[in-house]
Design a protein around this ligand. Structure first.
Ligand code: PLP
Length: 458
């Protein structure tokens, strides 16, 4: 490779070989959440529908919709056109101005969000939407602490990483993280963190959370992923969220629902809280809001919170808040979801996918559990079905060890399927437009590659 600062290189960028693109990317950029030495990014040149294509022309089925975000599939023409149209019309205007697009999106949000969420702050990522939620909750309540749960991810910036329960937080402990975040046990009936068994436990994990509120004092909010995403598609029992809602109300604590991943039809409802008819005080989302074509996040609040700021200083903002280029594609995305009936499709195709995954469980001893809602599924691998001990640990992940799930995912990639793996499970969340024959191909591939995990447990 030549000197990266040379002008000859810049002029030649379009003519680089695939290998050169990979090498320059690795040399000049950071790979996220990993040791840099082992990063060999794939060169991607195209993507369409449920597939993306590498520099050698090989196609991959996108079984986790990139980072569980390309819900419409790649290259949806209506969304692309909305981006182009907005660029021609008004590419940028400061957040203090009113625009047609801003009103159009905000009115559409009133249609699709859970009832009661009526005032909106836009960001350009999920983590910033959470940062907004934390500040709003603290300003509104005058309190500080936010109770999150251990198996969670809420973003990478200062406060959001402090609110993240999973090991991505560890590198920031203790000095580099925002203050005031504490952790409750997650609801996880397959591997209960407090060693109870559902239903005889009477969901003791939520009682524990109430105990924390009573003893901590100064609690502004409880932050939950209603259906936990990367940390294993953890679905609460039916009574969990209604009971948590009641506890929050009784103690004057806000409920923040982080639907960055679980929103936008992923679970077979517009938002995952809709499954239990629970109304959060603040809902945070991103990803599927534009099918990830442009970076947009949303922090939605109730009228009660909105009214508070009529006479109190709203101390938050960004240059890119309500950026027109981010809002127009969200309008198009919602219209496309409605036109293609993708929320219902998530439910029906999700049932098809779930059946196939359960059949795999019957065949592969390495699978401890499969669970899911809509087109959002986890396949959890274990050393032993009785002890439910995972194949790898959180420490293995942060130590950069080759986990078994990563090895299986690597083998699947060779066979033409891209899947997200985390510690000891896969997160399967394809574009909501996926067809049965594509699911069949994905399952055949997972079936073949799981031989690696079966071999690892004997
Ligand atoms: C539940 C949840 N919250 C927040 C985030 C952070 O979103 P972003 O990566 O857009 O900052 C993520 C990202 O995966 C997420 O899954």
């Amino acid at each position: 490779m030549s000197d990266p600062t040379s002008s000859a290189l810049l002029a030649d960028a379009a003519t680089l070989t695939t290998q050169e693109v990979v090498e320059w990317t690795k040399k000049l950029n950071y790979g996220t959440w990993r040791y840099q030495k082992s990063w060999t990014p794939m060169h991607i040149v195209d993507a369409e529908g449920c597939y993306f294509t590498d520099g050698n022309g090989k196609r991959y089925l996108d079984l986790s919709a990139q980072l569980m975000c390309v819900n419409l599939g790649h290259k949806n023409q209506a969304v692309i056109e909305a981006i182009a149209e907005q660029a021609r019309k008004l590419p940028y205007i400061a957040p203090s101005y009113a625009t047609d697009t801003r009103v159009e999106l905000s009115r559409l949000l009133l249609e699709v969000l859970p009832e009661g969420l009526v005032k909106f702050f836009f960001t350009t990522s999920g983590t910033e939407a959470n940062e907004a939620a934390f500040k709003i909750a603290r300003m509104y309540t005058g309190k500080t602490k936010i109770i999150a749960r251990y198996r969670s991810y809420h973003g990478s910036t200062m406060a959001s990483i402090a609110a993240t329960g999973d090991p991505r937080r560890w590198a920031m402990e203790p000095g580099g993280k925002g203050q005031g975040f504490i952790f409750a046990p997650e609801v996880n009936c397959y591997a209960c963190p407090i060693k109870h068994t559902y239903p005889s436990c009477n969901i003791a994990c939520v009682d524990y959370l109430e105990h924390m509120i009573e003893n901590e004092h100064d609690v502004a909010a409880v932050l939950i992923e209603p259906v936990v995403g990367t940390n294993g598609v953890l679905i609460p029992p039916a009574e969990y969220l209604p009971r948590l809602r009641e506890i929050c109300d009784r103690h004057g604590v806000l409920m923040i629902a982080d639907e960055v991943m679980a929103g936008w039809g992923r679970t077979g409802e517009w938002f995952s809280v809709d499954h239990w008819n629970v109304k959060p005080d603040i809902l945070v989302t991103a990803k599927g809001i534009t099918s990830a074509y442009v970076p947009l996040g949303l922090c939605a609040t109730t009228a009660k919170i909105a009214n508070f700021f009529e006479d109190h200083f709203f101390a938050h903002g960004h240059t890119y808040e309500a950026h027109p280029m981010t809002l127009a594609p969200a309008v198009a995305t919602i219209h496309e979801m409605q036109r293609l009936d993708l929320v219902n499709r998530s439910r029906t195709m999700g049932a098809y996918l779930g059946e196939k995954l359960h059949a795999l469980k019957a065949k592969h001893p390495c699978i401890g559990e499969v669970r899911g809602l809509g087109l959002f599924w986890a396949v959890e691998l274990v050393k032993d079905r009785i002890t439910r001990q995972p194949l790898n640990t959180k420490q293995d992940k942060v130590d950069g060890k080759a986990t078994v799930v990563d090895q299986v995912a690597g083998d699947m990639l060779k066979r033409g399927v891209s899947i997200q793996a985390w510690i000891s499970h896969f997160v399967i969340a394809p574009p909501l437009i996926i067809e049965e024959h594509e699911i069949d191909f994905a399952i055949e591939t997972l079936d073949a590659s799981l031989a690696i995990a079966d071999a690892a447990i004997v």
